[in-house]
Design a protein around this ligand. Structure first.
Ligand code: KIV
Length: 275
């Protein structure tokens, strides 16, 4: 059941205020029709750089460009009116300097009309986050498993197996919090680590593969709708859209081949003029 939807769009302070009060609901959206369907049900719509893999068939998110993020961000903002829209800064668009991150963020905010950007950030990027927040750019952090670090990590691996790794993720989350992130995505971490981080930061945590110990949850929409044959362990499938599409397309193909489509109801017939 969808909750009562406010007539205005969610704001950054609204999201912050949910910590400790209500779980935050977030899903990814990359297109206008999907954004319109999700919008009444969620607090946050995330135009994640996962769109590179989900929509464009790329093997990792590292090839995603700022222009791609802006194009998809525009579609999502246009089709939504309730959820706060966050657009990911893609790999290579923000790491070089706070100034580079600021210019990329300004393009994203101005050209899409979204309300915030997301940055995958270790401790080293904390000064960049502070630079953005001080200049009016709301930032969502992203710590733990950082897909943009796939080549450094040698794959998409959950974090927190060793004490050293746990300490690093805690330090990343604290740095993002202190730098002013209004919320922090916690990806691919054990429940104990998610609980400790969530209790230790002011910003609400939004988990993906990070247990129910977070302040909210996000999933890749196409994963939870069952569009792919394989999904990660932490995904719950709420639909089997792959089977639905397969069945529909098989029936369409059979109808076309049997000349059963289009039928009487799907054909234009214009009366001759004057009759
Ligand atoms: O890119 C993305 O969609 C994300 C979420 C899965 C958190 O970062």
């Amino acid at each position: 059941m969808s909750k009562q939807v406010a007539s205005r769009r969610m704001t950054v302070p609204d999201i912050r205020a949910l910590k400790g009060r209500e779980k935050i609901v977030c899903l990814t959206a990359y297109t206008a029709p999907m954004a319109a369907l999700l919008d009444p049900h969620v607090d946050l719509l995330l135009v994640g750089d996962s769109l590179g893999m989900v929509v464009h068939g790329l093997p990792t998110p590292t090839a995603v460009t700022l222009d791609m993020m802006i194009l998809h961000g525009q579609a999502v903002v246009r089709a939504s009116s309730h959820a706060l829209v966050v657009v990911d800064l893609p790999f290579g668009s923000f790491e070089a300097s706070p100034e580079q991150a600021y210019l990329a963020s300004v393009r994203v905010l101005k050209e899409t009309g979204c309300q915030a950007v997301k940055i995958e950030a270790g401790e080293a990027l904390a000064p960049t986050i502070a630079f953005l927040v001080e200049r009016g750019v709301p930032v969502m952090g992203h710590v733990g498993l950082r897909p943009q670090a796939v080549h450094v990590d040698g794959g998409f691996r959950a974090k927190g197996r060793s004490d050293e790794e746990r300490a690093r993720v805690i330090a990343e989350a604290r740095a993002a919090d202190e730098a002013g992130c209004f919320s922090i995505v916690l990806e691919g971490v054990a429940e104990t680590l998610a609980r400790e981080i969530t209790a230790g930061v002011r910003a609400p945590t939004v988990g993906i593969g990070a247990s129910a110990a977070c302040d909210g949850q996000v999933l890749v929409t196409d994963d939870m709708l069952g569009l792919f044959e394989w999904t990660p362990k932490f995904v719950r499938r709420y639909a089997d859209i792959r089977t639905t599409i397969n069945d529909a397309v098989a029936r369409y193909a059979a109808d076309v081949r049997a000349a059963a489509f289009p039928g009487e109801a799907e054909v234009y017939r214009f009366k001759p003029k004057g009759s």
